[in-house]
Design a protein around this ligand. Structure first.
Ligand code: LLP
Length: 413
């Protein structure tokens, strides 16, 4: 994402060094142009029914941008629903997923007249029917199916296998039909699925499409008028320089092969694919040490800033800004958190570094800031959006004093 103008690293037309002057590291930077290009490319290939999965990056400025690009929103909590509404998404372009929606959540979504509530269990369907009946409403719903397909992704981000907690097993369609027919206040109009995140195998998408077409046809044969078929997200992002390119055109080919001669309205709900590559995390080297022969660069970003490496063993490339040294060294890059898993990369060759230098962690636009925490009582990272030679700080964390104030001391202490 960085381009160099006279040896000066830039994001679009903005110098990284200018950002460091106005914002303390660690922080996230997003390129507006990159987001727009990726969204437009995805819409051109997959069609207009794209619901941005806002869990991947739900900053209000990003949501406003995504809304201006005519995307819908896929939300998984009332908090996310409020964010989407606040950013201006039309309620009829919002779908509400989630494996555990409470009565309050369902009532709120119903009250806001969103496009679809995608139910994930037979119990949830029953609860929603009773709430809609109480409110004298008829509500359009979808059902998330679990197609029992292994997306062959990291174990912790797989969602489409029979034993995963998500959706209703695809071989329980008869049960769903029977239940929905007995519901007075629900219209089942859609089915959805999502087999996992960071999926590179086109075969997995092909199998999913076939399963979903069979399922939709089965509902129709049983007298349920399915209109929408939502095929989830999960498109692969190239985190390692050595990863093969992911060709979304091939997903489109499989889609066309599978759904020819059908009239379903097909949609997708990607998150990562739209924004991961448009973001970087900028961090400074706090100290340098050698332990047991390993050269550690201890940086000010930690697992509290970007948890993906510690949590999933996920890989993010890191590059140095100071590359002037003739001497190269092997480094381990670790955060300041008191946990052994607070390591970003174990063995990376960089030009010799010194304290105070900047490093850039790449492709962190998705599931970066949204998963950050105050662990070790560190502040959350700031976020900056760059637009040509303009930039804006779009998230500024509360001071740690404010975080401390939120704790309440009981009267007996
Ligand atoms: N739809 C549903 C129902 C989902 O659960 C998800 C992601 C998506 C869409 C969007 O998936 P995407 O296109 O972004 O792959 N924190 C993990 C990823 C968890 C994804 C959870 N669900 C990570 O950092 O890799």
């Amino acid at each position: 994402m960085l381009n160099y103008k006279n040896n000066d690293p830039h994001i679009e037309g903005t110098s990284l060094h200018d950002l460091v002057k106005v914002c303390e590291t660690p922080f996230y930077v997003y390129s507006q142009e990159k987001i727009i290009n990726q969204v437009n490319k995805t819409k051109e290939i997959l069609g207009k029914n794209i619901f941005y999965s806002i869990k991947s990056n739900s900053n209000q400025a990003i949501l406003k941008l995504m809304n201006s690009l005519d995307l819908g929103a896929d939300v998984v909590s009332v908090g996310e629903l409020k964010r989407a509404l606040d950013a201006g998404f039309n309620p009829n372009k919002i779908i509400f997923e989630g494996v555990g929606k409470s009565e309050q959540d369902l009532l709120y979504a119903m009250h806001k007249n969103i496009r679809l509530i995608n139910t994930e269990s037979l119990e949830e369907i029953k609860l929603l029917d009773s709430l809609a009946t109480e409110k004298n409403r008829v509500v359009d719903i979808g059902v998330r199916l679990n197609p029992d397909i292994d997306g062959e992704t990291l174990n912790k981000i797989s969602t489409g296998k029979k034993t995963d907690k998500f959706g209703i097993e695809i071989d329980k369609i008869d049960k769903i039909v029977e239940l929905v027919k007995s519901c007075k206040s629900l219209n089942l109009v859609g089915i959805s699925c999502h087999i996992g995140s960071q999926i590179s195998k086109i075969e997995a998408f092909k199998n999913t499409f076939n399963q979903m077409k069979m399922a939709a046809n089965k509902f129709i044969e049983s007298g349920i008028n399915i209109k929408h078929v939502d095929l989830g997200g999960g498109f692969h992002v190239k985190y390692k320089d050595s990863d093969p390119d992911f060709n979304i055109g091939m997903v489109k080919e499989e889609l066309d092969n599978c759904f020819t001669k059908t009239n379903y309205e097909l949609s997708f709900e990607p998150g990562r694919y739209l924004i991961a590559e448009a973001g970087i995390t900028v961090t400074s080297i706090i100290t340098i040490k050698n332990n047991g022969g390993i050269n550690y660069l201890i940086v000010d970003a930690g697992m509290n800033t970007l948890i993906r490496p510690a949590m999933y063993g996920a890989h993010h490339e890191i590059s140095a800004i100071n590359v002037n040294s003739e001497e190269f060294m092997n480094y381990a890059i670790a955060g300041p958190i008191c946990e052994s898993s607070d390591i970003f990369l174990k063995n990376i060759k960089l030009a010799k570094q010194k304290i105070g230098n900047l490093l850039v962690i790449k492709n962190t636009g998705a599931y970066g800031k949204v998963m950050s925490s105050n662990y070790n009582s560190r502040p959350l990272p700031s976020e900056i959006l760059v637009h040509n030679d303009n930039y804006a700080i779009i998230y500024s964390p509360e001071k740690i004093e404010k975080t401390i104030e939120a704790d309440i001391i009981p009267s007996w202490l």
